[in-house]
Write a new protein. Sequence first.
Length: 214
Amino acid sequence: MSLGDLVFLVGLLLTVGTGLRAGYLLLRRRAAQSGRVLRRWAVCALVYVCVLVAVSLIQSQRSIPAGRPQCFDEWCVVIDGASRRHAIGATSAVGDFIVVTARVENQGRGRPQREADVYAELRDDRGQRYLASPRGQTALEQQSGVHSTLRDSVAAGHATRVDLVFDVPPTAQQLSVVVRHDWFPHALIIGDPESLMHRPVVVPLAQRRIGSSR
């Protein structure tokens, strides 16, 4: 657990305690005192958010090369490479399909693990974001007969291969993979790579790894 995680947990407990305290005072018809409690909480919350944003803006963007694990505690994902193709089976892309090959690893020793809110997106040199293509993903699964996602449970000490399909314009250049989680609680943890206003961790896809099949 990082210092940012600890500060967030303390703040969360204080927020719950403040809410209970303010509600109790209201029930006792002590509205003025309840208001003071809430105002103090609001000031502390504002300071916390300012520190959160300041740290996010100060920290530089991290870039992880393909083949190196990106870990969240003992759950890790490795982006191995990608290929570019116009069609998967009988399914044609609107632009080009980018098939990203990844491995999900459980580096723990005790129990199976999964990240229930994780997902991946592509970004190009203009900052445009591309989410996974349901059409392309379905076509690849039908072609390979394999269904696996980033959110699957992985046994301790094991790894699972996952292929992710994106549909991007042919002009999209310098593509990078970004592995993300749903906003809570990561967006509210100081120093977290996914905190509010933080530049995301990217895994560049080398152009030599992407070959067009057109």
